[in-house]
Design a protein around this ligand. Structure first.
Ligand SMILES: Cc1cc2nc3c(=O)[nH]c(=O)nc-3n(C[C@H](O)[C@H](O)[C@H](O)COP(=O)(O)O)c2cc1C
Length: 322
């Protein structure tokens, strides 16, 4: 059977099982649209604070805005307080999200200090109650994104799978690195395979971590997961979803030329400027310039000039490759 297939998340069926990971500061509307065009079956928005939503924070409310063209979309919420998570899930549903995802994997100190992200793994009973409450509060499918554990050799895979099944989530998204490794190092294929075995026929499993090439995507699908999630591998290469699709269908794929890549980046920069305005749009674009402007003669020079540029027209003209 083909490894490429539709992905079922509760009542939602995505056209394929290749998912864009949530990435704070990166997976906003302009980038999500690029990845959908690049072949992603589902895109995830950057995490939004449930307590900020509870208290009506305008910036967080703006993060819930979804363009009509960016479906299917999963809105990720984070927090350590069940009442705030329920409010946030309802707001995400009202905003038009197709899925609401709960973050129980983020290792960032600021998030953990608020009792959210990976620290939720310290009390699995509490986490299960929180997740169940969110599942009951909305009609759209709820998913849980977490990790195989907090520290190496103290894997929680089996308990997490049970928690996901018992809480009623429609899919478990499992990052194959423990929280102490942040986003670095190899993913633990043995633990992800164990999760695939334990979830088979019970709950949808999406695995995540370390996919930068179609060959790595195939390896993760071969362990028996229903879908894969791609994070950094899509920054600077939103073509990766189509590449994976081609590789799984035909055994080959093509790399975009530098000209194609920079043309796509220029398009994204313009979209960012239109979406956020000149200053913020340019600043957001600059954050990922290293992923885009690389691997061709003169790239370093163009990148250096680009990050110093304060004017949209000049920045865009730097991206006219011959
Ligand atoms: C810049 C950055 C921001 C991230 N933000 C989030 C986030 O908002 N929510 C989340 O669940 N994970 C977040 N992650 C983790 C990714 O979703 C993903 O799990 C991780 O990068 C591993 O996948 P990868 O190896 O394909 O990049 C972030 C990762 C990066 C690099």
């Amino acid at each position: 059977m083909s490894l490429l297939k539709p992905l079922k998340i509760g009542k939602l069926t995505c056209k394929n099982n290749l998912v864009l990971a949530p990435m704070a500061g990166i997976t906003d509307t302009p980038f999500r649209l690029l990845c959908l065009e690049g072949g992603a079956g589902l895109v995830c928005a950057e995490m939004v604070s449930s307590s900020a939503l509870k208290y009506g924070n305008e910036r967080s409310q703006n993060m819930l805005k979804i363009s009509a063209k960016e479906h299917p979309l999963s809105m990720q919420i984070f927090g350590g307080d069940v009442s705030a998570l329920v409010i946030a899930a309802k707001l995400a549903e009202e905003a038009g999200a197709d899925v609401v995802d709960i973050n129980a994997g983020c290792p960032v100190k600021k998030v953990n200090k608020a009792g959210a992200g990976c620290v939720l793994l310290k009390d699995l009973n509490k986490l299960e109650n929180m997740v169940s409450a969110v599942v009951k509060s909305v009609k759209i499918p709820v998913t849980l994104k977490t990790r195989i554990g907090l520290t190496e050799n103290n894997f929680l895979t089996k308990d997490i799978v049970n928690l996901a099944i018992n809480s009623g989530v429609s899919a478990l998204v499992l990052h194959g690195r423990v929280a102490s490794k942040m986003h670095n190092g190899p993913v633990n294929l043995a633990e992800l395979s164990k999760a695939a075995e334990l979830t088979k026929g019970k709950i949808t499993l999406i695995v995540n971590g370390g996919i930068t090439k179609p060959e790595e995507a195939k390896t993760l699908l071969e362990i028996g997961a229903d879908g894969i999630m791609i994070g950094r591998g899509a920054i600077g290469n939103p073509f990766i979803f189509k590449q994976i699709e081609d590789f799984l269908n035909t055994g080959t794929y093509t790399e975009p030329t530098p000209q194609e890549r920079i043309k796509k980046y220029k398009f994204l920069v313009q979209q960012n400027i239109d979406f956020y305005g000149e200053r913020v749009g340019l600043n957001r674009s600059k954050k990922t310039s290293g992923f885009w402007i690389n691997n061709f003669a003169g790239a370093a020079k163009i990148r250096a000039a680009f990050v110093l540029c304060q004017e949209a027209s000049k920045a865009l003209s730097l991206l006219n490759l011959k």
